[in-house]
Ligand binder design. Structure first.
Ligand code: NAD
Ligand SMILES: O=C(O)C1=N[C@H](C(=O)O)CCC1
Length: 263
């Protein structure tokens, strides 16, 4: 039985993760970390399930008092990083959905995990279809070095580009020679028009109400284009990946970055 702490229980992902834990007999929710409601139980909060599970505002207090195996981290970048680091320092294995961690932060967490010999999985996208989109894009980039990534998310998102777009670009970089795309003399009339530059490829971030999480990877070569596209139409799409990660994180003693390394 894996004892689980969820950070961000009132969020769109956190509330879905509570349902995930409730629906599996091999997992038990033992506490939540929220930015309010300290000392209350989930059952005291109208929007949360009727569970006798304590809520902590202070992650360190939570990790010191609660006997837990796994932290499912689904909050915001700055806080999520602190929670992840503190969880490992308390012997609790993080499964991190929160996006927006920097490369340096991921390196630091990797170092900590290896030193403490504790597992941690950080996945910018837990939807299996999104992982396949990234893998297919990595394959296509061997033959089509010109590529633009267009990611589209709801307008409450804090980080841009999305974690998925960054991961896609990193994976493409592994199979593509550096190439500065577009015209050598091109100029932006309005700053940002050509998107972010990652290793010469371009990333564009769309933020609109009504969207959930979507990405198109468009490859171009003379006379043809190839588009690889994924849409998450609700947050249930991420739960199978989170479940896989909670199983895997108990077996490893390092940071795994990306669900493609778990499947
Ligand atoms: N990896 C994936 O597959 C995946 C999928 C969807 C979202 N995400 C990421 O998950 C995170 C959460 O997404 P969401 O859609 O649920 O967002 P959300 O805004 O609905 O929820 C965020 C939650 O974090 C909580 N929070 C904010 N500050 C906090 C703090 N200091 N302490 C504790 N809790 C705090 C908020 O109260 C809220 O409940 C984001 O980083 C998002 O990018 C990842
Ligand atoms: O809703 C979000 O925020 C999401 N963020 C992830 C990202 O940054 O890639 C992917 C899924 C949804």
């Amino acid at each position: 039985m894996k004892k689980i702490i969820i950070a961000g229980p009132r969020g769109k992902m956190g509330s879905e993760a509570i349902k995930l834990v409730q629906s599996h007999e091999d997992m038990r929710l033992v506490a939540c970390i929220d930015r309010k409601n300290n000392g209350k139980k989930l059952a005291d909060i109208a929007e949360l399930p009727n569970l006798d599970v304590p809520i902590y505002e202070d992650a360190l207090e939570c990790f010191s008092e609660i006997d837990a195996d796994i932290l499912i981290e689904l909050t915001i970048p700055e806080q999520g990083y602190k929670h992840t680091k503190a969880a490992m320092e308390h012997g609790i294995r993080p499964v991190v959905g929160t996006t927006g961690f920097t490369e340096e932060q991921i390196d630091e967490l990797s170092w900590l995990a290896s030193e403490r010999k504790i597992g941690c999985i950080i996945a910018p996208n837990f939807a299996i279809g999104a992982v396949l989109m990234m893998k297919f894009s990595q394959m296509a980039a061997q033959y089509f070095p010109d590529v633009d990534i267009i990611e589209k998310h709801h307008d409450n998102k804090l980080d841009a580009p999305s974690g998925t777009a960054v991961k896609t670009a990193e994976m493409i970089k592994e199979s593509r020679e550096y190439k500065k795309q577009g015209h050598a003399d091109e100029k932006e009339t309005y700053p940002g028009a050509r998107g972010a530059d990652y290793d010469g490829m371009r990333i564009h971030s769309v933020r609109l109400p009504g969207l959930v999480a979507h990405q198109e990877v468009i490859f171009g070569s003379p006379g043809q284009t190839l588009t690889i596209k994924h849409d998450s139409i609700n947050r249930a799409s991420f739960m199978e990946g989170i479940k896989l990660a909670t199983d895997k994180v108990m077996e490893i003693q390092e940071v795994i970055y990306g669900l493609e390394n778990v499947l």
